[in-house]
Every structure is written in C-alpha cells, then in structure tokens.
Ligand binder design. Structure first.
Ligand code: BGC
Length: 750
C-alpha cells in the first residue's frame, strides 16, 4: 500500500487542478529588483531584527513563497517531485535569491538522514538506535553527540532542515511510532529529545520538534480526537515539549495530524497560539505535518506558519490560492502573513544556515559508526539475568544463537524515519515492500560480532523456523541466545505480542535449555508469556547501524549493561488505561475519540503506581553487571528550589554505570499519581569508586497547574524524596519541607 493511501488522504485534487497551482508563486508577478543593501544578512544583528528587516524588503509573492512547501519525492504517476528538491527527500521550500534567503531542504528524521520510500536511489547513511533506545541510555550527552552526528550528515547531504525531535509520550504502548520518541516521562523525554535537537542544531541547521501534540497512536491518526483537560495536558505531553523546547530552542515545531479537543492540531488555537506562542513565547515557526492542513484562514489564524508538501498531501494547497482569497476577503490579516514569514526567517537566521549554506560533502562513516555504537550499547537494557548467564564468557563452550536474523543483521523501524543502511539490506523479502516498509535489517551481524569476541566458543546458528531443530540445538548447548523481533513503523500500531510464532520458539528453546537468554529488538514494550522459563532477557530496541556490535559488546560484558527502561512494560493489556485500542484500521476515515481523560496526566508508571498494578518491568528498571550502594541522601530547599544530594558506590568487582533516579511525592497527595521523576544521572564508576551527586529539582515537577493563576502552583508542605534504582526499587528516602510558590507559565531559562 502506498504512503498516501495509508495517510488516508485523497490525493491532491490540485494535481488535476489549475495550471497556476503548480507554478511558483513568485512567477505570478514581475520580479522585484535586487536591493542595494541587504542589512538582514548581517550576522552581527540578532535574528529578530534580521527577520524584521527581511520581511520589510519582501514583496507579497515572496512572502507567499516561503510559507509553502513541496514534497521532495516522486509518488508514482500521482506526483512528481519538484526538480529543485533533493531526490527522495521529505520536502523543499523555495528560497528568495534576490534577498539571499536560502531554499529549505527538508529531511527526516530522528535516527539519521532518511530516504522517502519508493525512491530508486537510496541515500545510505548512518543510523542511530531508535529514539526509545537513545532515551534508554538516560545519558543526555550521548543524545547530544548522536544528534550532532546525524545533523552533520544532514548538512553534508545538502539538507538544512531536519524533521527530528519526536517527543510524543508513550500513552499507548502499542503506538507504532513509540520507537521514534523519548518514552513516557515528561522530564526524561524532554531532556533527552532536547539534547538531541541541540546536537542537530549545533550544525547550523534547523531541527523540528514534533508531533505537537497528543499524536500518541497511529491507528486513526488523521481523524482521531484526543480528549484531555488543560491541566492534564500541561502536566504531561505538553510538559515534555516545554522541557525539550526550553532545553534546545528548536527552530521549528511540527504540528500533528490528529485533533485535540475538537480542533486539528494544525488549526488548534489553544495549542499553537495560546500555549506555544503566547505562554511559552516561542519565536520560531510552526510547520504542518505532511497532509495535516485542513484550512487556510482557520489554520493561519490558529498559528500555523508553513504548509508542508501541500500539493502532494493536502486536499487543497491551502496556503496558496485559498490563502490569497482569505487575505483579499480580510479573513487573514496582512500582519499575520508578515508574522508567519518573520517566524520562518527568524528560524533560518537563528540557525546560522544563512551564513553557512549547506553543501554536499564527504561523510566520515567510520567515525560515525563509533558514535551510534556507543549510543546503542548504553541503551541496551538487561531486564533479567538469573543464574549469572550474562555476561557470556569464553568458557561457555557451546553457544546456540537462534532466530531473529541474528546471523546477518539488526532490525530498524519503518516509515518516514527510515534510514537506508550503508552496505545494503541484510534481509529482503520480509514485511511490506512499500510504505510503511520496506522492513529493513541493517547489515551488522550479532552472530559475527559475538564470534569475534568469543574465539574459544563453539557458536552455532539456527534460524528458528524449525522449532524442533532449534530445541535440539538448544539442548546440546551450554547457553542459548534467542533473538526475537517485532517490527514497528509509522501508520500502524502493533499488538504487544510477538508475531510469527516467536513466543512458541522461545518456549520450545527454553523448555530444552533453561540457560536461555532472550534478546529482543522491539520498538517498545511487549508481553513475555515465557518470562519465568528463561534465564535472561535483554532489550536491544532497534539498535542502529552498529547494532550487532553493540549487542555483542553488552552480552560479552565488554561494556556494562547500563540502559534503563524509559517506558513501563505492562504485564497484561488489562492493566492499560485503554485495554482495547481505539479506532478501527478498516475504516480509516471514520472520526472517533480517544479519551485521555481516563489517565489524564498519569501516563506510564504514574498510572501503574496510581492503580497499584504490578508491571512486568518497571519504568527505570535495568540491571548492571556490577552492584551499587547508595548513601547520604539529603534533600534541602533554598529559594524555592529543592536540591537533592547522595553518594553512589560501585560495590562490585568491575566497572559499571549506574542510573540513580530521584522521585518526588507530596505527603498530602493531590497529584495525578503518587510520584514523579524529578531528576536522574548516568554515572560511570570504577570498581570500588564512590561519586557524590547533586541534583536540583525543577520546581514545576513539584507543582500543579493552576488555571486561575494561569501558571504553576507548588503547595506548601512536606514532600518525600525517593532515591531509586527504578520507579519500583527505592533505595533511600528523605523528607523535605517546601514553601508555597507560584511559577510562571513561560519557558524557564536553562
Ligand atoms: C510524518 C512526519 C514526517 C513527515 C515527512 C509524516 O508522515 O508524520 O514525522 O516528518 O511525514 O516525511
């Protein structure tokens, strides 16, 4: 099925529409002459001044040019990409050469430079592990470094806008795009995705935080109406955006497909004008998702600044002819059009891309491979390790490796974020050939990487298709690694159950040999009916270009297992706020509601804590190959800020990485859930070493939304500060008295 059909859109009427629709707006009137001076190109002026000056110099058609984007890929006979766009790219916006305003070359996305499906010429680039995997490192420095790496590949591939920075919370563990995002907690997601955006933008290009907002399931994403209260939204999904935006100042925001409390995200006055632009003072521009525009005047007046890929995906090119009509009728003011243009130019000036134009250049793939490997190996989570099965040591003489194509490669997530691998696809012929496919395995073989590290071992591989043969091999081995995969992708949600008889395979293998470790490659949580039968479980997510190496390094203990879950693994669907997923994929155009008032702001572990559910694996959980001791927990307040300090000691015999987590709870209750994550730190500790940690708690994490004051309000009282190895593994507690405090609605300075 092609991408447009999946997006549930009738392909642009515009394609058969008036000839003028395909002509660039600037052609409609005589070109203005080049100005004698271009003060807006002076980098010594600030971005706001430069944008103001440039807008003043623009004629109307130039203004209408920069607010409209084209799709950058062919779609069979239905749409031919505009020739100026880079082939197979997400999008293109014309520049204004007369004024020195550059063209915008847009690429997806969060794991690297993607190529749009269907293109014969693939752009082969370095892929980071999935967003979920990077978040599982709990290490913002790695997120920054990874972002800087993919941003440099974007620049060196000729792109100056990267559509990256997905921060939708995991309200729905079945959401097919969870792999692109930063998990279920606003602080963790905000800081990790914010760090990635900072990294991308360190290349003097634009990064686009998305999908704003509450686009938390793929099923029915074009039509669903997410219902939620203001306080609940501001304390959960919007807070994740707020943290990420204040951490990174992304030069663009992408509004989502879905509706929120009745209005589409891209024509939602509350989200765009009130929260983003007024409350948070966001100065750059809002671009639509591809096919997310439904109107001209309404969208523009609600705060949308740029229509993306209008001809290819929207029912009309709303920001062209219809917008001109709306301007003529006075439904949209000239001042608002100028504001749209000013915001877009401000983003471009602020990014540095005007002074530093992008150009195609050589990429150091070897150096970038090390960056993605470091990210992947810190994101791999050791969920269970009974009987010390891991790390594998070379004295394990007979090792069976079964299933998951572990002989040739590692899995990646599908859809617009798909990066094509250097070296070609390791597996073909599985999964859909077209959108949201193809299903792609990167050619980084765990089997080869393990063999290289365990020269003394006899390692045998079975593909797992024949259960009896797999069980036989398992029975004859000292230890067994079963690789089990679940492919997730854009445009569809996934059950939490492994497909293709993989549960039966694991059962059969574990039945033959209890010394079995399951290595998972999934987008997010899955159910594990076989959990009690296996000795170990490792969650490797989609581990990116060097995933096989990263998996082998963790399994052999070359590096510690140091990932921690950024998402709760439920024990059953019945534990979820919505045991049955809303919407019916068979009727993609039928409007329906998703009721987020059920959990409100109690997303993920907060819901599990509130309900007293025992998860399969808790948020924050992850084992190490060493052991840690925690001491000296203290919590104090000064000037309304809570500071938490504690010591962490590596009490084991080997180096390892701890992730101490700080949770806060009001003794009087009154929050959406008993506790919130308020801080964390990734620590690298030599055996026997102790480190002291000091963290300050963002006061908004002690607050509730106060609608009357239109700000945050911290209630006076005693709060419990819990130091934990996970959300369900407290290791020390301290009390702290906090004074009442009112906090403004705007972005905090970091
Ligand atoms: C996705 C966006 C993506 C865009 C451009 C949409 O389908 O939702 O995340 O950036 O396409 O490819």
């Amino acid at each position: 099925m092609n991408r447009q059909t999946w997006r549930g859109l009738t392909l642009a009427l515009m394609l058969g529409g008036s000839a003028g629709a395909l002509a660039p707006a600037a052609c409609a009137q005589p070109a203005a002459t080049a100005p004698a001076a271009k003060p807006w190109l002076d980098p010594k002026l600030d971005a706001d001044t430069r944008a103001d000056l440039a807008v003043k110099a623009m004629i109307q058609d130039e203004k209408l040019t920069v607010i409209f984007g084209y799709f950058g890929a062919d779609m069979g006979d239905k749409y031919k990409r505009i020739p100026e766009a880079l082939p197979g790219s997400a999008g293109y916006v014309k520049g204004i050469p007369r004024l020195g305003i550059p063209e915008q070359f847009q690429t997806d996305a969060g794991v690297g430079v993607a190529t749009q499906g269907g293109e014969p010429n693939k752009r082969e680039r370095t892929a980071l592990p999935s967003g979920m995997a990077t978040t599982a490192t709990w290490n913002p420095d790695l997120a920054f470094t990874g972002g800087a790496m993919i941003g440099s590949e974007a620049r060196d591939s000729g792109f100056n806008v990267m559509l990256a920075g997905g921060v939708n919370l995991v309200r729905e563990p079945r959401n097919g795009r969870n792999f692109e995002y930063g998990g279920e907690d606003p602080l963790l997601a905000g800081l990790m995705v914010g760090a990635q955006i900072r990294g991308i933008q360190s290349n003097a290009i634009v990064s686009t935080i998305k999908h704003y907002a509450l686009n938390n399931q793929e099923n029915g994403r074009f039509v669903l109406n997410a219902r939620i209260g203001e306080a609940e939204a501001r304390t959960s999904d919007l807070l994740a955006f707020q943290f990420a935006i204040e951490d990174s100042d992304p030069h663009s925001v992408m509004c989502a497909y879905n509706r929120i409390n009745g209005d589409y995200a891209c024509e939602n006055d509350f989200l765009l004008n009130k929260v983003l632009k007024q409350d948070w003072g966001y100065k750059n521009y809002v671009m639509s998702d591809w096919g997310a525009v439904h109107s001209s005047a309404k969208a523009v007046n609600a705060g949308l600044d740029q229509e993306s890929a209008g001809q290819a995906f929207d029912k009309q090119t709303f920001f062209r002819g219809p917008l001109k009509d709306a301007l003529a009728k006075g439904e949209v003011s000239q001042a608002r059009l100028d504001d749209m243009v000013r915001r877009i130019l401000r983003g471009l000036f602020a990014s540095g891309v005007v002074e530093k134009p992008v150009k195609i250049a050589a990429i150091d793939y070897a150096a970038h491979g090390k960056i993605t490997r470091a990210d992947a190996e810190e994101g791999i989570v050791l969920l269970k390790n009974d009987k010390g099965l891991l790390p594998l040591v070379s004295k394990a003489r007979k090792i069976a490796i079964i299933g998951g194509h572990a002989d040739v490669g590692v899995l990646s997530g599908g859809g617009s974020s798909q990066v094509y691998p250097i070296g070609g696809r390791a597996v073909t012929g599985e999964g859909p050939a077209a959108w949201p496919g193809p299903m792609i395995y990167f050619p980084s073989s765990p089997l080869k990487a393990l063999k290289a590290r365990l020269p003394g071992a006899d390692i045998q591989y079975a593909d797992g298709k024949d259960l009896a043969a797999a069980a036989k091999l398992a029975a004859a081995s000292d230890v067994v690694l079963v690789f089990a995969n679940q492919w997730n992708g854009e445009s569809f949600d996934s059950p939490l159950t492994l497909e293709h008889d993989q549960d039966a395979l694991i059962d059969a293998v574990a039945g033959a040999n209890a010394r079995t470790v399951v290595v998972l490659q999934t987008g997010g949580p899955i159910l594990m009916p076989w959990l009690s039968k296996v000795g170990g479980v490792v969650e490797a997510w989609y581990p990116g270009s060097e995933g096989g190496e990263a998996i082998a390094r963790v399994l052999t203990g070359e590096v510690d297992a140091s990932g921690r879950l950024p998402v709760t693994f439920p024990a059953s669907l019945a534990q979820l706020p919505r045991p049955v997923l809303d919407g019916d994929p068979k009727t993609p155009d039928a409007l329906f509601e998703v009721d987020y008032t059920i959990e409100g702001a109690a997303v993920g572990y907060k819901w599990f804590d509130k309900k007293g559910h025992q998860p399969l694996f808790a948020f924050g959980h992850g084992l190490s190959y060493t052991t840690f001791a925690y001491g000296n927990l203290k919590a104090t307040t000064a000037n309304g800020v809570v500071t938490v300090s504690f010591d962490v000691k590596n009490t084991g015999a080997r180096a390892g990485k701890a992730v101490p987590q700080v949770y806060v709870s009001p003794k009087a209750g009154g929050w959406e859930a008993p506790q919130r994550l308020a801080g964390f730190k990734k620590l690298d500790l030599a055996p026997g070493a102790t480190t002291s940690v000091r963290l300050t708690v963002d006061p908004r994490l002690l607050a509730v939304w106060d609608a009357q004051a239109h700000g945050w309000s911290v209630a006076a009282g005693d709060y419990t500060v819990t130091l934990g190895a996970s959300s369900r593994d407290p290791v020390a507690k301290a009390d702290v008295a906090v004074a009442a405090q009112a906090l403004p609605v705007g972005l905090a300075k970091r």
